[in-house]
Write a protein of this length. Structure first.
Length: 163
C-alpha cells in the first residue's frame, strides 16, 4: 500500500470518529450493551441524583411526609411519625449514608469515562502524529523532486539555441 493510500485511509478513519455532542456519543467511550449492569446503574444514579428532578422529588416527599403527619395528628391524635419527625430523620440518615456510597460509585464511573476519553485522545494523537510523519516525508520527497525537475529545466533552457 502506498503512502498516499495509507494517508487517505487514516484520514477517513479519523474523520469517521468525529461526532458532535456529549461524551455518551463519543467513539472512545463504551455505552449501552458494552457496559456492565453496575456501570449502567452508576450512570443512571449519577444522572438522576444529580438533577433538579431529584431535588424537587425529595422536597416533595418531605413536604408530603410532614403534611400527612401533621394532618393525622390534628384530626385523629395518632400519627406514624409525630412532630419532631424521628422516623423521617432516621430515613434521611439512611438515605444520606447510602447516597455517600452511591456518589462514590458514580465518581468512580466518571473517572472511568474520563480515562476512556483520555485513551481515545491519546490514540487519536498517535494517529495524527503518524499522518503528519507521512505528510512530512511526502513533502520532503516532493521538494527533492521539484529541485531535480527545476535543475533539469534549467539545463534544458541552457541548451536551447539563443535567438
Amino acid at each position: 500500500m502506498t503512502a498516499q493510500a495509507q494517508l487517505k485511509t487514516s484520514v477517513k478513519s479519523a474523520v469517521k470518529h468525529i461526532s458532535p455532542g456529549s461524551w455518551r456519543r463519543h467513539p472512545g467511550v463504551r455505552t449501552g450493551d458494552q457496559l456492565t449492569r453496575g456501570e449502567r446503574a452508576a450512570d443512571s444514579m449519577r444522572n438522576s441524583m444529580g438533577s433538579w428532578g431529584f431535588v424537587f422529588v425529595a422536597v416533595g416527599f418531605l413536604a408530603v411526609w410532614m403534611t400527612v403527619n401533621v394532618i393525622l395528628d390534628e384530626s385523629t391524635g395518632h400519627t406514624f411519625d409525630a412532630y419532631p419527625f424521628i422516623l423521617l430523620n432516621l430515613v434521611l440518615s439512611c438515605v444520606a449514608a447510602l447516597q455517600g456510597a452511591i456518589l462514590l460509585i458514580a465518581a468512580k464511573r466518571s473517572d472511568q469515562v474520563a480515562s476512556e476519553l483520555a485513551q481515545h485522545d491519546y490514540e487519536a494523537d498517535c494517529a495524527s502524529r503518524e499522518m503528519l510523519q507521512v505528510l512530512t516525508e511526502e513533502f520532503a520527497a516532493l521538494r527533492t523532486q521539484h529541485a531535480e525537475q527545476s535543475q533539469q529545466l534549467a539545463e534544458l533552457v541552457a541548451r536551447l539555441p539563443k535567438a
